[in-house]
Design a binder for this molecule. Structure first.
Ligand SMILES: O=P(O)(O)OC[C@H]1O[C@H](OP(=O)(O)OP(=O)(O)O)[C@H](O)[C@@H]1O
Ligand SMILES: O=C(O)c1cc(=O)[nH]c(=O)[nH]1
Ligand SMILES: [Mg+2]
Length: 194
């Protein structure tokens, strides 16, 4: 799947939004990728995640286990694991920190790849990788559908993506006037991060 085809999946799902958005990092952006509008369509999600599975195999080889950060990573993590023929588990926040719950385990020796939906600053991915490293298992690397840092975010592991985008994001005290003029919405599910 080409980067243009990836963007077309988001456009086709009305998931490429323009306006004034407050991201989970607290940064402001004129663009938001509402991934859940994509993931509500199993056929679209299957196409994207089959491509992500191929990219993972090319970059890291075949994993035994996919681990994703809730909530946005759960659906693409599961669907990518389905394409790879392996299991998918997720970390979720407990007292603010990502942890494995629900009896999920990473067995010793398991070859693990983290699957995230979107990378902006990379904080969610870094936190997920920290949680994974608290368990036995061999971390091969990280994968996401869209890296909107255009490769700038350092998630602390090799990161493969289907599409790199160069999308502006600004601190609240440095908004360009045309963005400041628009009312801001915060579509994500996480509280503002430090
Ligand atoms: O690279 P970052 O700056 O961390 O931003 C990207 C993260 O933000 C979104 O998650 P969010 O925390 O909004 O919650 P969600 O997964 O429940 O949608 C998205 O799913 C990524 O995990
Ligand atoms: O940085 C984010 O919070 C973020 C950006 C984006 O485009 N989509 C999303 O779900 N989260
Ligand atoms: Mg998330």
């Amino acid at each position: 799947m080409t980067p243009d085809e990836v963007l077309d999946e988001f456009r086709g799902a009305d998931a490429l939004l323009e306006g004034h958005f407050i991201l989970s990092s607290g940064l402001h952006s004129p663009v938001f990728l509402q991934k859940m509008r994509v993931f509500q369509d199993p056929a679209r999600t299957e196409r994207l995640c089959r491509a992500l599975a191929e990219a993972i195999i090319d970059e890291f080889g075949e994993p035994d286990l996919i681990v994703s950060p809730a909530m946005g990573g759960i659906i693409p993590g599961y669907e990518t694991a389905r394409a790879l023929g392996c299991h998918a588990i997720f970390v979720e926040r407990e007292d603010g920190e990502f942890r494995l719950r629900r009896g999920f385990e990473i067995p010793a020796g398991a070859r693990v790849v983290m699957v995230e939906d979107i990378v902006t600053t990379g904080l969610s991915s870094r936190e997920c990788l920290t949680a994974i490293r608290a368990h036995p298992g061999e971390l091969l690397g990280a994968a996401c559908i869209i890296d909107r840092s255009n490769g700038r975010a350092d998630v602390g592991a090799p990161l493969v993506s289907l599409l790199r985008m160069d999308v502006p994001a600004y601190p609240a005290d440095a908004l360009p006037p045309e963005l400041a003029a628009l009312p801001a919405t915060k579509p994500g599910s996480r509280g503002l991060k430090k």
